[in-house]
Design a protein around this ligand. Sequence first.
Ligand SMILES: Nc1ncnc2c1ncn2[C@@H]1O[C@H](COP(=O)(O)OP(=O)(O)OP(=O)(O)O)[C@@H](O)[C@H]1O
Ligand SMILES: [Mg+2]
Length: 334
Amino acid sequence: MNRQPVRMTIFNHKGGVGKTTLTVNTAFALSAGGKSVLVVDSDPQCNLTSYLLSDDVVDDLLDHSSGPNGRTIWTAVKPVLENTGVGRLVEPTMIRDLALLPGDIRLSEFEEFLGDAWADSFKRRLGGLRATSSISGLITRLHEQRPFDFVLYDTGPNIGPLNRVLLLDSDFFIVPVACDLFSVRALSTLGQTIKKWIIDAGTIGSIAPDNAMSLRSEPRFLGYIPQRFKVYGGSMTRGANSYLRDIRKRVHGDVSSVLGKINHNLIPSNATDPVVGRVKDYTTIVQRAQREGVAMWECSGNDAGKKSAKAVFEGIASYVMENTKAESASAARG
Ligand SMILES: Nc1ncnc2c1ncn2[C@@H]1O[C@H](COP(=O)(O)OP(=O)(O)OP(=O)(O)O)[C@@H](O)[C@H]1O
Ligand SMILES: [Mg+2]
């Protein structure tokens, strides 16, 4: 069997902190670095799909997702919900070298079902355990058809049952944090929530019949990314800098320390300040890149910011490749 891909989520339940933008651009940077990447739009808002594909293509995908020619994540999981199979293998949609499993607004129906499946998993019910593991299993089967180095899940802004299985299927997660009061405060809920998910998954795994629970349930915190901070005269503004100090403190106290208490392997070795990268406010470059379905550094226009974005995302991709390589827990999966 092929070595399993590194599965990774850029996660924060706080809305609008730039998860989707980061996920797409990190995927483009990993792909430019020669890695084979699958991005999974596992947010029913479908923003990642809308970033990468034109509106008419998205419309067409959504119109046909329940039929025999469906190609979205809903097409893939619908048989699980209807209890007619373990999930359908859909051919990923290629955007140049990047593979996409397109999102679907109907994924929210699956999310409800996953909530019940989790409760059933605690009762050792096989149907619940299979549903809980179904997205993970689909990715494994997709990878068997065409191997990936990285699988990136894009998550919606909540701590619901769907994000729970995505996080628990991830080998690593990165936390983007915007430089504002609510984003900083959200870190406490984030750490506690992930802790509870890991502990609950451990309980389920320990009582489940053999091989019925395939979620790895050991998502490692790779680090954080300060997001959308303002820059003035080449440096971070004073306001952004002061948030940055808070973020550093909270990441340490509310995320690293909390997860490190369950298992020291869940936190990075540089746990006091694990910065994966710094993504400033790139203003209109982001909107243009989104409209054109390309990486920030490849959109039209001559802005100096494009060069900076390229360097920043190359740095993020290098950090990810370097820090997921040797310690990739996923190698043990297969
Ligand atoms: N670095 C950036 N500079 C400027 N604008 C950005 C940046 N990152 C994201 N944005 C803008 O901020 C908005 C939110 O970004 P995005 O959709 O990536 O966030 P999100 O966390 O995925 O949101 P949600 O929680 O709804 O899924 C978008 O309009 C996007 O264009
Ligand atoms: Mg998003």
